[in-house]
Ligand binder design. Structure first.
Ligand SMILES: [Zn+2]
Length: 430
């Protein structure tokens, strides 16, 4: 299976190399801004239609990103691109935008010791970690480097290689098993198997240290662009410490999420998750920090490609699927279930079950309705909050009423026919 995969390694550049990296990132930004200025000028002159046909091969890598940005904007405007609308590219700022630059041509290689990389114009750079995972693949002929990007993230420089990788065929350890994953704040994930994954709350754990470091930074003399004040050495040291503390939180979170999603994709043939409206959820200012600390959207995004790599299947329940409100025992649906109620008590059959476990079992049951996979639990008897007639056909369309007050314009999705190889199925109810 040929997939595009990125490999990222931390760098340990010398001070002279750091200056060269900053300089190249600056040149990349300069090229981006210059070309954007040109495009804007030409758009003003009503030459919009053909103005982004800049010969990309002729120009430096900064422009490649601009071309991508302009393409995204044009496709979004003409309706060719899905998702939220893309705005016209902005000029890059020295202060706002991360320093980065991409190389697509020239000498890009990992040295034989696997601790150095060679990049065009920058020469040989020492890596902070070993690049053996990618080096082995390149030596075996199962990976081809397409481009290399250097980027400063916090206080550290990274190089990432965009690669075309020929991955070995894999199958999940339990190809017939279905697992429903209910993500939440009190527990990071509750699986329909009964397993719970505690929420590590990395940000909350580090909050005291972060607060103290930020306070110390604010008490030192920082840069001021209006007066031309240069930052003091003590301010720079405190700044570096704060960056490091934040990077550490992010690293720990990523590590935990990757381990969880890798295990799920490698074990279960079918993984069922919910499509949560995370952007909407973080608008609740009391929950925003706790939700952002979890990485809900990252779990779904990682499962999307990891289930493909493992030849598994991912079923994504529509965001309106009331997984918490259905009784996983008898299928009765509650009209309301406030967030603080942690125990699901069914008024129809008297079942008592942990709220999140009940939700994850409902998600697992969805896999059977989509046609393939093995159902572990009985199908819900009806998802209608008001107890109206059940409309779950065995094939074709699935039509279920959404609880009142939560519905946008009616959406209907079709259930893929049995045996379809589509990995990522968006399971919609309306
Ligand atoms: Zn029940």
């Amino acid at each position: 299976m040929i997939v595009n995969q990125g490999y990222r390694f931390a760098l340990d550049p010398t001070p002279a190399q750091q200056r060269a990296l900053v300089s190249h990132a600056g040149a990349s930004r300069k090229a981006f801004n210059w070309a954007l200025g040109l495009v804007k000028m030409q758009l003003d002159q009503r030459e919009a239609e053909r103005s982004y046909g800049i010969a990309t091969g002729e120009l430096t890598s900064g422009i490649r990103n601009l071309v991508r940005g302009l393409d995204a904007w044009r496709d979004s405007k003409s309706g060719k691109r899905k998702g939220p609308s893309v705005r016209f590219p902005r000029f890059k700022s020295k202060h706002r935008d991360p320093l980065s630059c991409t190389f697509t041509t020239g000498a890009i290689r990992i040295e034989a010791d696997r601790r150095h990389v060679t990049l065009p114009r920058l020469g040989m750079l020492r890596l902070h970690e070993s690049a053996r995972k990618l080096a082995r693949r390149i030596e075996a002929g199962t990976a081809r480097v397409l481009s290399a990007t250097v980027k400063r993230d916090g206080n550290r420089w990274f190089v990432s290689f965009a690669c075309e990788v020929d991955k070995a065929e894999r199958t999940p350890a339990r190809p017939d098993a279905v697992v429903g994953v209910d993500v939440g704040v009190s527990q990071l994930a509750v699986l329909s198997t009964g397993e719970t994954i505690a929420n590590p709350r990395h940000l909350a754990a580090a909050s005291r240290h972060l607060r103290r470091t930020a306070r110390r930074l604010s008490r030192r003399i920082g840069p001021d662009r209006r007066t031309g004040q240069k930052p003091s050495k003590r301010w720079l040291r405190a700044k570096a410490e704060l960056c490091h503390a934040h990077a550490r939180v992010a690293n720990r979170r990523h590590d935990g999420l990757h381990k969880l999603t890798s295990r799920l994709a490698a074990t279960y043939g079918t993984v069922v998750v919910e499509h949560l409206n995370v952007a909407g959820m973080v608008r609740n200012r009391r929950l925003a920090r706790a939700i952002s600390d979890c990485g809900f959207a990252t779990i779904r995004q990682q499962l999307t490609y990891k289930t493909v790599w493992n030849a598994g299947r991912l079923v994504v329940a529509d965001r309106w699927y009331p997984s918490s409100k259905i009784c996983s025992g008898c299928g009765a649906v509650k009209a309301k279930l406030p967030l603080h109620v942690r125990l699901f008590v069914c008024t129809a059959c008297g079942m008592r079950l942990d709220r999140d476990l009940n939700a994850s079992r409902n998600l697992a049951a969805l896999a059977s309705i989509t046609g393939t996979g093995v159902a572990v639990y009985p199908q819900p008897q009806g998802w209608n909050g008001r107890g109206a007639d059940r409309k779950i056909p065995t094939t074709g369309q699935v039509a279920v009423k959404r609880p009142p007050g939560t519905a946008p314009a009616g959406k209907t999705g079709t259930v893929p026919p049995q045996g379809e190889t589509s990995n990522h199925e968006l399971f919609r109810v309306h």
